[in-house]
Write a protein that binds this ligand. Structure first.
Ligand SMILES: NC(=O)c1ccc[n+]([C@@H]2O[C@H](COP(=O)([O-])OP(=O)(O)OC[C@H]3O[C@@H](n4cnc5c(N)ncnc54)[C@H](O)[C@@H]3O)[C@@H](O)[C@H]2O)c1
Length: 211
């Protein structure tokens, strides 16, 4: 595994991009992909992709491309080995409470360290071992936290996002229906259950798994 820690930073940054696309291909039942196909999808030129993949020990074969399963296995291992990322959760309601109970116990390198809410009845308690602070404390408490999970009502999403960005958060997992605006160096992943469900139904219809 030592070779994996030698991956250049620029390559490592593209890993999640590759991972998402390959995962989608895998879900569609595709077993191989060409560097051209990948290049078009992730908007990285084929030469860079080939160089990146050579670090992973994945050497594409002419006329075959890359084995999707092999790459996915590699990415899972590598992404899992990343250094610990501290996460804060904002909005301890129905959804937020469920996440705190879950707290990604199967994944050692991601942990919700703290949570925030505006409701004084929730502040001062712990859920799943995670302390809940008042949202007024956000700027004081958010030191050494890199990512945030947003589970507040939609109308609160943008103002809270601005405070998170000011506090040095660089990644936001947004569960609210609001589309949030951030500076371009901040990464936002939006999880919309309605869209996910529609997408599932689309794939059920068009890519039945028992083909
Ligand atoms: N519950 C679901 O299944 C579900 C599914 C998909 C998306 N969502 C979205 O996730 C978000 C949360 O949903 P929910 O059902 O948990 O809502 P909820 O009303 O149960 O919880 C929202 C929490 O945010 C807190 N809050 C309100 N304003 C705040 C502020 N300014 N700062 C900090 N905390 C604040 C509230 O006190 C409350 O605890 C919503 O945007 C919702 O649309 C929910």
């Amino acid at each position: 595994m030592a070779a994996q820690s030698k991956i250049p930073q620029a390559t490592a940054k593209r890993l999640p991009l590759y991972y998402r696309f390959l995962n989608n291909l895998h879900l569609q039942g595709k077993t191989r992909v060409s560097s051209k196909e990948l290049s078009d999808a992730v908007k990285v030129d084929s030469a860079t992709i080939r160089r990146d993949f050579s670090y992973f020990g994945a050497l594409g074969k002419k006329g075959y491309g890359y084995n999707v399963e092999y790459l996915l296995g590699f990415f899972r291992k590598t992404l899992d080995q990343d250094e610990t990322t501290n996460v804060a959760l904002i909005g301890v309601g129905n959804l937020g409470t469920a996440f705190l109970h879950y707290n990604f116990t199967k994944n050692n390198n991601t942990k919700i360290q703290m949570a925030f809410d505006a409701d004084t009845n929730k502040v001062g308690s712990k859920i799943g071992g995670v302390p809940i602070y008042h949202i007024d404390q956000l700027e004081n408490r958010l030191t050494d936290v890199q990512a945030a999970i947003l589970t507040v009502p939609g109308a609160q999403a943008q103002p809270i996002t601005e405070r998170l960005v000011q506090s040095g958060i660089t990644g936001i997992l947004n569960f609210t229906p609001a589309r949030i605006t951030v500076p371009e160096e901040i990464r936002v992943h939006h999880i919309d259950l309605a869209v996910e469900l529609q997408s599932l139904i689309y794939f059920m219809k068009h890519y039945p798994t028992d083909e």
